[in-house]
Design a protein around this ligand. Structure first.
Ligand SMILES: C[S@@+](CC[C@H](N)C(=O)[O-])C[C@H]1O[C@@H](n2cnc3c(N)ncnc32)[C@H](O)[C@@H]1O
Length: 325
């Protein structure tokens, strides 16, 4: 509920062309100011001013992350419901809205290409690189512990890279499928599975932003050190859940929030770690419950990166996102 003046202010904030366009873009997922500036083709101060007004009206939330700031529709407030409703009223075929969505798609494609070029380059040396910043043995022990004695019919490993998770968990599943968009990574993963005599796991070339129910139903989905390559990790959870059995689980392993900007410039990271609050929010809106959390500070590494492990359960209770089920 809002008082008269306050509601008028909210409506004024939304009632402007660029700001409505911003709401429509953010309804499709979190975006950085940098990307929004590129999509709208307006100056950064101008875009920031519009974003500030929307944030002050409670229609969107800002999340500062190193040198970048991310924005998204806030999930909880009544104003976010209003924002989503306004976006729903917008005709997606409106030429301006359609053009914005096309530009958003191009920006995302550009980012994917950049990440793909990075992974193509490092595929051969990934197994040496992957544990550089990470207390790997402790994390892998925790993954095994989280899976426990369960026998899984189907394990999906999204962003499988060199297939290490399929190898680690080989005794736990009847059938394992690793999905990755990098041909170079996949080649290494296939060779690894052959060398380890693992014939009940398969590697597929695919984009994890497009996973659907056909990939499942999986008892367990693991997303290990992948989400920080995406502007909107929430979208990945939402998409991945389609391939999860009712009551099925996800294990997410990723960095805690950090300030190592060079990981963006040198290692294709987009998000500087994921916080517990973010994970709770993304999970809830994807129809998942966070059921467990552990963290692993890397005391020996010079960068002091902490790795986190979250377990999520499929409740099937879907929150609202703009992409279609
Ligand atoms: C940091 S590696 C992690 C690999 C593996 N999970 C591990 O922990 O060793 C991230 C992987 O995600 C893959 N990836 C990035 N974007 C992807 C996308 N859109 N669809 C599928 N795989 C993607 C990359 O090709 C890369 O192999």
């Amino acid at each position: 509920m809002a008082g008269l003046d306050s509601l008028v202010n909210v409506l004024k904030a939304a009632g402007e062309v660029t700001r409505l366009r911003l709401l429509a873009l953010l309804a499709a997922g979190e975006l950085s100011v940098k990307d929004l500036t590129e999509i709208l083709d307006q100056s950064q101060p101008r875009v920031s001013r519009h974003l500030k007004l929307l944030a002050e009206a409670g229609l969107i939330v800002r999340h500062a992350e190193g040198a970048w700031a991310y924005f998204g529709l806030s999930d909880d407030s009544e104003r976010a419901v209003l924002a989503r409703h306004l976006v729903d009223l917008l005709d997606q075929d409106d030429p301006q809205v359609a053009d914005d969505m096309l530009r958003l798609q191009r920006v995302r494609e550009g980012q994917r290409e950049q990440a793909a070029a990075y992974f193509a380059e490092v595929a051969g040396s990934w197994d040496a690189l992957r544990n550089l910043h990470v207390p790997e043995a402790a994390v892998e022990a925790a993954i095994l512990e989280a899976v426990g004695g369960r026998k899984l019919d189907l394990l999906l490993d999204l962003g499988t890279g060199t297939g290490r998770m399929l190898e680690l968990l080989a005794e736990k599943y009847q059938r394992g499928v690793g999905v990755d968009s990098s041909r170079e990574m996949i080649a290494v993963a296939r060779a690894k599975l052959v060398a380890a005599n693992i014939s009940h796991a398969h590697i597929r070339l695919g984009d994890i932003t497009e996973i659907d129910a056909h990939a499942g139903p999986a008892d367990l989905i693991i997303i290990h050190q992948v989400l920080h390559y995406f502007d909107d990790p929430g979208n990945i959870l939402h998409t991945a859940r389609r391939a999860l059995k009712p009551g099925g689980e996800m294990i997410i392993v990723d960095f805690a929030p950090h300030e190592l900007e060079f990981l963006r410039t040198e290692n294709a990271h987009r998000r500087l770690g994921l916080s517990q609050v973010q994970m709770e929010t993304w999970a809830r809106s994807a129809g998942l419950d966070v059921t467990g959390f552990r963290d692993f500070p890397n005391k020996s590494g010079r960068e002091n990166l902490t790795v986190c492990l979250w377990t999520l359960k499929n409740t099937g209770d879907l929150g609202r996102r703009s992409n279609n089920e």
